[in-house]
Design a protein around this ligand. Structure first.
Ligand code: NDP
Length: 283
């Protein structure tokens, strides 16, 4: 079997085209969705992600503003900035680019963002609403993954989904969204005994590990849909996923590439949340 490649870049472009129309209609009603991104310090990967978000916002007609703060910014200063943005009626969505310098506690920052402007979907209220199946801002990468699966009408109900990784931003929430879609979900992580025993029973296999090419064909059941979330930079500067694309593509039914896979979908779901925030319809 040769897998069908789900190209996230192409799918993201299709969705953004529809969003552009939606934003135009909102603008006719006097509403311009506005995203404010806070970047602290000068981590090159974070800068590149933020640039991608700004570019995508611009292309979709969403207004975006970048607040760059030095890495010496204290937690209190950051929380004060967030508080100002929470009270600014012109700001629909607030995103603080992670990771943060070690002297700032990530959870304090996540919880400081108003749930009404939580376009990353990381606030405990957003997570709780997601867990109970209520309408909310869904976390962007997990929502992008579900959108990719649905774009190919891949059946989720009753299927066995195995997630490798249990982070709060990817692994845990993507498992919850798959459960909401009536899949049977298994989480694997670094303490899982005999990883392969689990992954080879997966109809849908999601790799969110952060280790280059660790999931090869041996880990994959014939005909599985394989989603590669990993973004790993190799010594030569190139990017690769967690999945060994070349071996797995001959065994899976669907596969996502890296780059041009989940990454562009993550940004697209951020834009979707920003439009939702501007409409004020999440609760
Ligand atoms: P984390 O480092 O937070 O989580 C990695 C997870 O993988 C952990 O749960 C860890 O287990 C598990 N793990 C590590 N090694 C193994 C192993 N050998 N076997 C089984 N499980 C293992 O990473 P993130 O979830 O934040 O990100 C994962 C990857 O996805 C990264 O490459 C990241 O860059 C990428 N990413 C891509 C995005 C996109 O838009 N495409 C967005 C966000 C992330 P344990 O919990 O036990 O430590």
């Amino acid at each position: 079997m040769t897998a069908e490649v789900i190209n996230g870049k192409e799918l993201a472009q299709e969705i953004r085209k529809e969003m552009k129309e939606e934003v135009l209609q909102l603008k006719e009603q006097g509403i311009t969705p506005h995203l404010t991104v806070i970047l602290i310090g000068d981590d090159p990967a974070s800068k590149s992600y933020v640039r991608g978000k700004e570019k995508a916002s611009y292309e979709t007609g969403i207004s975006s503003e970048l607040i760059e703060l030095p890495s010496s910014t204290t937690e209190k200063e950051l929380l004060n900035r967030i508080d100002d943005l929470n009270h600014d009626d012109n700001v629909d969505g607030i995103l603080v680019q992670l990771p943060l310098p070690s002297h700032i506690q990530e959870q304090h920052v996540i919880e400081a963002i108003s749930p009404e402007k939580d376009v990353d979907g990381f606030h405990p209220i957003s997570i709780g609403r997601m867990m109970t199946g209520k309408d909310t801002f869904l976390p962007c990468t997990p929502n992008g993954i579900i959108t990719m699966l649905k774009s190919r009408n891949i059946q989720l109900e009753g299927k066995h989904a195995v997630i490798i990784g249990r982070s709060n931003i990817v692994g845990k929430p993507v498992g919850q969204l798959l459960l909401n879609e009536n899949a049977t979900v298994t989480y694997c992580h670094s303490r899982t005994k005999d990883l392969m025993e689990h992954t080879t029973t997966a109809d849908i296999l999601i790799a969110a590990v952060g280790k280059p090419n660790v999931i090869d064909a041996k880990y994959v059941k014939d005909g599985a849909a394989v989603i590669d979330v990993g973004i790993n930079r190799l010594d030569d500067g190139s990017l690769t996923g967690d999945v060994d694309f070349d071996s797995v593509k001959d065994k899976a039914s669907y596969i996502t590439p890296v780059p041009q896979g989940v990454g562009p979908m993550t940004i697209t779901m951020l834009l979707k949340n920003t439009i939702k925030a501007a409409r004020g319809i999440h609760q």
